[in-house]
Design a protein around this ligand. Structure first.
Ligand SMILES: Nc1ncnc2c1ncn2[C@@H]1O[C@H](COP(=O)(O)OP(=O)(O)OP(=O)(O)O)[C@@H](O)[C@H]1O
Ligand SMILES: [Mg+2]
Length: 475
């Protein structure tokens, strides 16, 4: 095959793969610049091809050019996040890998592969500023009135122990442990299926303890791609990557308070060991920073699958688990404490009476039987949703009948949670779930439905992604 033909094959290959690729020869002349890269950098393929690096990117100092570094210093840079302005002044964030191509100990070319994560970065920035405002509230930096309005509009709730309903002995054991936890600051590890009340427990522990005036912040570890999660948790420092700003991470923002790490098993394995180190040493270092910063944060971590299984399949580091599990709380699923269904249903009827201006006084026996016989894969949240729609649609004025209770088999918690809510009204958890879903869909589409590749791109285990796909009914 001639050189030209090889190039055509290479070009076709990179287009199919969908990655943005830029290859320069040993003299820094661009020999491959594909459409995806052209889209990203807003430089046309024709303008880039055949030109020397300097001609195309005159404004970037050589020392800062990763391609130049690869070519001249044989420096290999993998998965580095970069934020820069493209020629239209639009801020673009990419994850780049740049490698020298070496043949017989000569550098014959350098290749850069980039992935555009601008939208994900924007979303994570929005989460960060939302979190900022929550912790600013705890530091009383936002006037109370303004904060109330903000909270009303964002639907952020605060739970206390008095909000926890249940009398089942196993359930009460969990509550008791949580109450003990609220009197100290040891790490807490909560295991409970989706909708069993992990957030409810975590907030009750925080707001029921000495730290209640300090921030309570939450981060779902499955919602954010690997490359951004570290910055969100530990903060970033100028120079960490081009365009990075100095920003405190959640650990600093939650100082003196509590940080809830939801779905901690979705955190990349390597980051889990960093987290472990932070918990042991109590110092964090911002991404790209060199200073050690002392932090005092209580950690509550949650998982929605059995920790033993998560450890066995390599999703959760055992050493991190033992460190977090100082106080272990196991919230039993609703189907294992069916005796709690009537009191929970009662409470939810009262709640939605008020909300919808209805006057349901009782639940008919047949309706209660129907409620007690269902398995609730979505646990308490699902029961609450069932009662909510029953109350709003009830035919009669004072009695909830079996006909009012509509149980959907094959229910998925998020489908009903998300479809009908307006973003401004959702809780932070719902907001995050929405983002999570958007990010997953986008990546999956970009990867032509390839689950393994999408999981890799998102920095999560395939099984975890599969779990999410099911949860959001994506595939
Ligand atoms: N024991 C309970 N008493 C009263 N309400 C409850 C109880 N358990 C859960 N709920 C309600 O169910 C809903 C789901 O609870 P929560 O968000 O705490 O669950 P979760 O375990 O964090 O779920 P996920 O795994 O999906 O994040 C909330 O509206 C919460 O108020
Ligand atoms: Mg939760």
């Amino acid at each position: 095959m001639r050189g030209k033909d090889y190039m055509a094959v290479l070009n076709a290959m990179t287009e199919v793969m969908g990655e943005a690729i830029h290859i320069v020869d040993a003299y820094g002349k661009t020999i491959l610049y594909n459409e995806a890269m052209a889209q990203l950098e807003k430089i046309s393929v024709e303008d880039a091809l055949g030109k020397s690096f300097r001609q195309v990117f005159g404004s970037i100092p050589e020392a800062e050019s990763t391609l130049y570094q690869a070519l001249v210093n044989r420096r290999e840079i993998r998965s580095k996040q970069q934020t820069y302005l493209n020629i239209y002044g639009k801020q673009v964030t990419t994850i780049n890998t740049t490698i020298p191509i070496i043949v017989d100990d000569r550098v014959v070319a350098a290749m850069e592969v980039a992935r555009d994560i601008t939208e994900i970065k924007d979303m994570s920035d929005r989460i960060m500023s939302l979190q900022d405002s929550i912790s600013a509230e705890s530091r009383h930096e936002i006037p109370a009135e303004e904060m109330e309005a903000l909270k009303r509009s964002s639907g952020i709730r605060r739970y206390h122990f008095s909000d926890i309903i249940g009398e089942d002995p196993k359930f009460l054991q969990a509550v008791e442990r949580a109450q003990k936890a609220s009197s100290n600051t040891a790490s807490v590890f909560i295991y409970g299926e989706t909708g069993t009340g992990k957030e409810l427990f975590a907030q009750s522990i925080h707001y029921g303890g000495k730290r209640h005036k300090k921030p309570f912040l939450a981060q779902n570890c499955a919602a954010i791609p690997e490359s951004l999660l570290e910055g969100i948790l530990f903060g970033t420092e100028k120079g960490g990557f081009t365009g990075a700003v100095d920003r405190a991470g959640l650990f600093e923002q939650a100082s003196g308070g509590t940080l809830l790490l939801d779905e901690v098993s979705a955190m990349p394995y390597e980051l889990q060991s960093k987290l472990l180190r932070v918990l042991q040493e109590k110092y964090i270092r911002r991404v790209g920073g060199s200073k050690d910063i002392l932090v005092d944060v209580r950690i509550i971590a949650t998982v929605n699958e059995s920790p033993q299984e998560l450890i066995e399949r390599g999703a959760l580091r055992p050493d991190l688990y033992y460190r977090l599990n100082v106080i272990g709380i196991n919230i039993p699923p609703l189907r294992e404490r069916r005796s709690d269904i009537p009191i929970l249903a009662d409470r939810f009827v009262k709640k939605y009476n008020e909300e919808y201006g209805r006057e349901i006084w009782m639940i008919a026996d047949a309706a209660l039987e129907k409620l007690k016989n269902y398995d609730y894969p979505g646990n308490v949240r699902e029961l609450e949703n069932i009662i909510m729609s029953a109350v709003s649609l009830a035919e009669e004025d004072h009695v909830l009948t079996a006909d009012d209770i509509s149980i959907q088999q094959g229910y998925h918690e998020s489908s009903s949670d998300i479809s009908g809510y307006r973003r401004e009204e959702g809780s932070l958890a719902e907001y995050l779930a929405d983002i999570e879903q958007t990010v997953i869909r986008r990546y999956l589409t970009a990867n032509g439905g390839n689950v393994s590749k999408t999981a890799k791109d998102l920095g999560m285990l395939r099984q975890n992604l599969q779990h999410k796909l099911k949860k959001y009914e994506i595939l």
